[in-house]
Write a protein that binds this ligand. Structure first.
Ligand code: BG6
Length: 312
């Protein structure tokens, strides 16, 4: 991202640093915040307000970051938790607009931090009311509150600052790291209707938990409860809970789409699964002037039974 970043890092540290809990440094060519709490740590890129790493206490990395991710000003980074806002997927009417909105590759501003025993927090904001480069004809504030404790909680608030109703779609596009996709089961989707983005048509649903054996791109509707990703190879289970969201996206590009994307890395698709807390598909959010909406996802990890037995 170029230039001498140290003075601004110093300024960030002076204003928002919290000893032992929140500090700022340069990583991946740009400024990042490092949060620590109770033995857990996260890395947040200020570009995109994108969480790039989450390591719970005594565990390995929970988020997948492509080994060939492209970093740099204005680049969408493949991995971590990109923030898709104020639209999810392609722009509803304008193909010249970027997929998943314009904030995932834009600089956010740090607006708050906090620390207490076993808890660290950072708040970032993107004011789309003043950001004229986006060409977006609305006025709204996006605020991302990231809290690290014995779980990772990410909360995306939207405030309509315009004088008309505002409709948005959005997602916290979480790339979960898995040992091998062949041993992954995603539970909590059973019986939920989904829009199959690979085969548009009437909604479908499955009675069984999901096993990923090829490209998958689904927007589950009426899917509010927590979902679970059990990963045999890593012997752990990730719980993804959420509020303010009735849709969950499940995505893995598999072989051919990975080749088209070009930044997944060799067999990267085997090491990830996206489970995205969303307002997408039929689950759109309409905000009246002054109204706020909050979409929250919470990730927590447990060692799965097979592993704890082996450790007994
Ligand atoms: C998922 C979408 O959320 O994101 C997919 O459901 C899309 O359709 C994927 O391909 C990745 O999008 P992008 O813009 O990061 O390549």
């Amino acid at each position: 991202m170029g230039g001498d970043l140290s003075p601004s890092l110093k300024a960030l540290d002076a204003r928002w640093g919290r000893p032992g809990a929140v500090r700022f440094t340069e990583r991946y060519g740009g400024p990042v915040a490092l949060l620590q709490a109770g033995g857990a740590s996260i890395v947040i890129a200020l570009q995109g307000a994108q969480v790039l790493s989450y390591v719970p206490a005594n565990m390995s990395e929970v988020l997948w970051l492509s080994p060939v991710a492209k970093f740099g000003t204005g680049k969408a980074v493949r991995g971590g938790v990109p923030v898709c806002w104020p639209w999810f997927g392609p722009h509803p009417g304008d193909t010249t607009q970027p997929a998943h909105g314009f904030v995932r590759s834009a600089p956010w501003t740090v607006t708050g931090s906090a620390a207490s025993q076993n808890r660290a927090r950072l708040v970032l904001a993107f004011d789309a009311s003043t950001n004229l480069q986006t060409g977006w004809p609305h006025r709204a504030l996006a605020e991302l509150e990231i809290t690290l404790s014995d779980a990772l909680t990410i909360s995306l608030s939207t405030e309509n600052r315009g004088s008309d109703d505002l409709e948005i779609t959005q997602a916290l596009h979480t790339y979960l790291a898995v040992g091998d996709i062949g041993g992954v089961t995603a539970e909590g989707f059973e019986g939920r209707p989904y829009l199959d983005q690979l085969a548009p048509g009437p909604m479908r649903n499955d009675a069984e938990p999901v096993r990923v054996t090829g490209e998958i791109d689904r927007i589950y509707q009426e899917c509010e409860g927590p979902v679970f990703v059990t990963d045999e190879k890593s012997a752990r289970r990730i719980r993804i809970a959420k509020t303010g969201s009735r849709s969950t996206v499940l995505w893995n590009p598999w072989v051919e789409k990975s080749a088209r994307l070009g930044d997944m890395g060799k067999e990267g698709y085997r090491r990830m699964l996206c489970v995205e807390a969303a307002n997408a598909g039929n689950d759109k959010v309409t905000l009246t002037p002054g109204e706020r909406h909050r979409l929250t996802t919470e990730l927590s990890v447990t060692v799965s039974k097979a592993k704890s037995k082996r450790n007994d």
